[in-house]
Design a protein around this ligand. Structure first.
Ligand code: NI
Length: 182
C-alpha cells in the first residue's frame, strides 16, 4: 500500500524515534509498504517518520545509483533500530534531496564510511561497514530517526536562501507527483 509522505514542517520529522522489538505488529507489511511508497516517489530511502510513525525503521534501495556509484548495486536494506558504531573516512560532498522536501537539492558534507548495527525485518542482527553512496544514503535516513533533515546540515546562509522554499513546503504549497500530508 502506498502511504502519504509527511512534508517538511510536520512535527513528527522533529522527534527522535523509539526503538521497536519483535512484538511490533505486522512489521513485514510495514516494510513492504515503506518500499512501495518509496519506489512510487522515485526515492532511494525512506524513514518511518516520513510516513508519520515515530519508530526506528528505515528502508533503502541504492540500486538506482549503480551506474555512477558501483557500490550502490545490491544495497537494498530494511533496517530496524539502526545505530552508528563508528564514523570514518573522509568528508565528501554530495547533492542530496528528500521526499519530505520536494524541489530542494543541496550539497551536504558527510563522512564516506560508517560502521552500523541494525536488525532486519526478521529481527536478526547485522553489523555492516558502509562506504560511498551506501554510507551517504544511510546517514541521510538515519538523521530522520533523530529528528533531523538534510537542510539542518547546511550553512546558515544557505538555509536563509532556502527559507521561502521551505516555508512553501510547510504551508502545503508544493505538490509533487506523490501524495503528501501536512
Ligand atoms: Ni529524507
Amino acid at each position: 500500500m502506498i502511504l502519504p509522505i509527511v512534508g517538511y514542517g510536520h512535527s513528527v520529522l522533529r522527534i527522535k524515534t523509539n526503538d521497536i522489538d519483535n512484538s511490533y505488529p505486522n512489521i513485514q507489511q510495514l516494510i513492504d509498504d515503506m518500499f512501495e511508497t518509496m519506489y512510487n516517489a522515485n526515492g532511494v530511502g525512506l524513514a518511518a517518520p516520513q510516513i508519520n510513525l515515530s519508530i526506528s525503521v528505515l528502508v533503502i534501495d541504492a540500486n538506482p545509483f549503480k551506474e555512477d556509484y558501483p557500490e550502490g548495486e545490491g544495497f537494498k536494506r530494511a533496517m530496524i533500530n539502526p545505530e552508528i558504531l563508528e564514523t570514518n573516512g573522509e568528508d565528501e560532498k554530495f547533492e542530496e534531496g528528500c521526499l519530505s522536501l520536494p524541489g530542494i537539492n543541496e550539497v551536504v558534507i558527510r563522512k564516506n564510511k560508517v560502521k552500523v548495527r541494525y536488525f532486519d525485518e526478521k529481527f536478526e542482527e547485522h553489523i555492516e561497514e558502509l562506504y560511498g553512496i551506501r554510507a551517504r544514503v544511510f546517514q541521510h535516513e538515519f538523521d530522520h530517526l533523530n529528528g533531523k533533515v538534510f537542510t539542518d546540515r547546511l550553512s546558515n546562509m544557505r538555509r536563509a536562501f532556502l527559507k521561502k522554499k521551505l516555508n512553501d513546503i510547510a504551508n502545503n504549497k508544493v505538490h509533487p507527483a506523490y501524495k503528501m500530508i501536512k
